[in-house]
Design a protein around this ligand. Structure first.
Ligand code: UT7
Length: 328
């Protein structure tokens, strides 16, 4: 029998500093009205000058371990989903594991952009199948404001910084949430739609100024269409393979990239109003951290009760997308 995959804790860390739409309107030709009406975003959080993605992730990880009553030495695996690691190497997972003192854990990063939480859950299932006694710390952390081109108004308005962390293990009784199913997809033929730059195709010599290829670039309109279509389809598929209808879902928690995308996916599935959780207005798009941050807020706000079935779905660079069914 395949061991069950449970979330034992879910913690978040959001940096204090807030950047409002009006703050951005002082840098580029945009307005609060335009940003709110096209995206639903009102503000985003921005990490301190002194911090990197691993610092945000470490703060969330410490809370997740404390909440689960787990010591760093007990961890067998540390995973980090991020598209804005401190460096191309070492991994954020190694940095977090090192600072926690998780000396018995293997550690590595997952590069699946905004679908990172879903890809990570899928990996947790696989790791638990391989090692049923595994204790996995799964961090999602993003410092996207570090990779924004603050002269490109079509992207710099969209993203924010945040981190989350979960303790994942196979236990006999349901803890915080049971991961019932995960379905992840990709289409590398559309890789140019969203790019987070800074990799080996940046051909800089020491002293060169960075150019546009160093930053986030996106073909927004096309991305929007793929996002709505692919998230709706993958949700329908995961419901169907679990013999469920959307009516049996208590809450849809979609990736928080754009309010219009969220509403379009919800209405295609027949889930609207209180059946859809939204916090994109407060954080913008925090990539891999977006869904777990929304899940944590939904729980804190009483929107998820014991026994609820929650459908989560994401879409991001790669292209990558996916869905998962969680039972709380
Ligand atoms: O997490 C990864 C997934 N990412 C996404 O899901 C993002 C998907 N895409 C989107 O959310 C939307 O496409 C955007 C919010 C990025 C853009 O909204 P849009 O309604 O698709 O606008 P557009 O790109 O078609 O641009 C319409 C107009 C253009 O002006 P012209 O050419 O019509 O004169 C843009 O230059 O809006 C202009 N524009 C802006 N105007 C004011 C683009 N950005 C801005 C801005 N402020 N910030």
């Amino acid at each position: 029998m395949i061991p069950a995959c449970h979330l034992l804790s879910l913690s978040t860390h959001v940096p204090d500093a807030v950047l409002t739409n009006n703050d951005i309107a002082q840098r580029v030709d945009t307005s609060d009205d335009w940003i709110v009406s096209r995206t639903g975003i009102r503000q985003r959080h921005i990490l301190p000058e002194t911090d990197n993605a691993s610092d945000l992730g470490l703060a969330a990880a410490r809370k997740a371990l404390a909440d689960a009553g787990t010591e760093p030495e007990e961890l067998t695996h540390v995973l980090a989903a991020t598209c804005t690691p401190d460096a191309l190497s070492p991994s954020v997972a190694c940095l977090v594991a090192g600072r926690l003192g998780a000396r018995n854990a293997m550690a590595f990063d997952i590069s699946a952009a905004c679908s990172g939480f879903l890809y990570g859950l899928s990996l947790c299932q696989a790791l638990l199948a391989q090692s049923p006694m595994a204790k996995i710390l799964f961090v999602c952390t993003e410092a996207l404001t570090r990779r924004l081109n603050w002269t490109d108004r079509s992207t710099c308005i969209l993203f924010g910084d945040a981190a989350t962390a979960c303790l994942v293990a196979s236990v006999p009784d349901k803890q915080m949430a049971l991961v019932e199913d995960v379905l992840c997809m990709s289409d590398g033929t559309q890789s140019e739609l969203i790019v987070v730059g800074g990799g080996s195709r940046c051909r800089y010599k020491k002293g060169d100024p960075v150019d546009e290829d160093f930053f986030v670039a996106m073909r927004g309109r096309e991305t929007y269409k793929y996002a709505v279509r692919n998230m709706s389809q993958v949700c329908a598929e995961i419901l169907s393979r679990n013999n469920l209808t959307a009516a049996q879902v208590d809450l849809l928690v979609p990736h928080q990239a754009n309010l219009r995308i969220i509403e379009a996916v919800g209405s295609r599935l027949g889930l609207t109003g209180e059946k859809v959780f939204i916090n994109v207005d407060k954080y913008g798009n925090t990539s891999s951290a977006s869904i777990p941050l929304a899940l944590a807020e939904a729980r804190a706000a009483g929107c998820i009760a014991e026994g609820d079935r929650v459908l989560i779905t994401a879409f991001g660079a790669g292209l990558t997308w996916g869905a998962s069914l969680l039972q709380f």
